[in-house]
Design a protein around this ligand. Structure first.
Ligand SMILES: [Zn+2]
Length: 425
């Protein structure tokens, strides 16, 4: 059987398209099978991570690796591509990205059925609408008959499609490389497609939201407050048009903590004045919206253990308080805290609850927060590069032991930091 298949492929060797198909078979299929295997592995763990495999898949489809100059859009097996587009659309629907992953597969062009591909003008798949790629099933293209693929090939396609579908149906939220991961829940991030033209300033709850280009279109990257009621939320576009999006429910667990200094649970009137002033300064920093483009994914600022996740409903000394608005990373006192991305220091100081605190502005409403530091090594106005030391881990302020409280704010609301680091689990 194998020999028969080899002969079938060999006898098509005189066609440039077949040569390219062979290249794809050689380069693309192992990567795809590896991806499927990884997906199945994730399924057994009850988690999946689609970012890297989908990006690799896109690399393959766009022929960055598998084609040389002049090997163009027809090189891609259109049936496989259509299948991937379909699964990606289903994927986008299931994860609420409105076909976001579909954009990953065919980033730029609208569907215009009936038109033929002009091979001379198309340089990569991303230059072509999917509908313009003709399937490999019996058809006549340019006066030449295109043969039906052998049955074994069809079965191989089924073998590829079914695991892909399973991967799609069981995957975690999807993301492209330049965007954070999406989880449209209170405390999460919604990625909302805005089309291929620059949309201008998009607002959520009156404030501007991050807009980033990715995969041929623009995306609103919206931080959803922990206090947001599940249901429909609305973006406002320039000109006043609105764009609704869905916010799902998320139940965060409860944690009880005992803090030795009871003032950190019930401050005095004098302390309350200080707390309000510090909160105002923090609010001004978190509400900044500068023009810089942040680079996702962010790095983890500390090599530590997550001692308290984002969103926990917290009870201090038996009394309920605000939910945990950051990620606690436990590490040895004095461990280095490094900038997770380039930014500008916009606040430093010692605060009642947060102890020694730093705020970093990364641009477009992305501001990161560092609390309980034992030492601060940067100054307000200083530009820092990714990996630069900001200070050291400590337990100043309301802390039960040495750790970094790392907060990530997007359009002025605290969101789960794991969504911006690509370490979603
Ligand atoms: Zn914390």
């Amino acid at each position: 059987m194998a020999a028969g298949r080899s002969a079938a492929w060999a006898c098509r060797g005189d066609s440039p398209r077949r040569t390219i198909s062979q290249k794809i078979r050689r380069n693309f299929m192992p990567a795809l099978l590896k991806m499927v295997a990884k997906g199945l592995l994730h399924m057994t763990r009850g988690a999946a991570e689609c970012v890297a495999p989908w990006d690799r898949l896109w690399d393959r489809l766009s022929l960055r690796e598998s084609a040389g100059p002049g090997e163009e859009a027809f090189a891609v097996d259109a049936l496989r591509l259509s299948t991937l587009r379909w699964t990606s659309q289903l994927f986008g629907f299931l994860v609420g990205r409105g076909g976001g992953c579909a954009a990953l597969i065919h980033p730029t062009l609208p569907q215009t059925p009936g038109r033929r591909v002009d091979k001379r003008s198309a340089s990569t798949v991303s230059d072509l609408p999917l509908a313009e790629l003709q399937p490999l099933t019996p058809s006549v293209r340019g006066g030449r008959s295109v043969p039906t693929p052998p049955l074994s090939l069809r079965w191989r396609r089924v073998g590829v499609i079914l695991p892909l579908l399973m991967l799609v149906l069981t995957s975690a939220p999807c993301s492209a490389a330049t965007l954070p991961q999406t989880s449209a829940v209170p405390g999460g991030i919604a990625l909302i497609p805005l089309g291929a033209t620059p949309p201008g300033t998009v607002r959520f709850e009156g404030g501007p939201v991050m807009v980033l280009p990715d995969a041929g279109q623009y995306w609103a990257v919206v931080g959803i407050p922990l206090t947001q009621a599940p249901g429909e939320a609305t973006l406002t576009l320039p000109g006043g048009a609105t764009l609704p999006f869905a916010v799902a429910t998320k139940d965060y667990p409860t944690q009880s903590l005992t803090v030795p200094n009871s003032h950190h649970v019930n401050p005095t009137a004098e302390e309350l004045v200080r707390i309000r002033n510090e909160a105002s300064a923090l609010r001004r920093g978190l509400d900044l919206f500068s023009a810089d483009h942040p680079a996702f994914p962010l790095a983890m600022p500390v090599q530590g253990v997550v001692s308290s996740p984002f969103g926990l409903r917290r009870i201090f000394n038996g009394e309920p308080r605000k939910p945990h608005s950051g990620l606690d990373l436990a590490a040895d006192e004095g461990s280095e805290i490094r900038a997770p991305a380039a930014g500008v220091v916009v606040l430093t100081g010692n605060q009642f609850f947060n102890g020694n605190t730093v705020l970093l502005d990364h641009g477009q409403g992305l501001v990161t927060f560092y609390g309980h530091m034992s030492r601060i090594d940067v100054k307000v106005g200083q530009a820092v590069v990714r990996g630069q030391v900001l200070g050291r881990v400590g337990h100043t302020g309301r802390a039960t032991g040495p750790h970094l409280h790392w907060g990530v704010s997007l359009n002025g609301v605290m969101v789960d930091p794991r969504l911006v680091t690509g370490e979603w689990r």
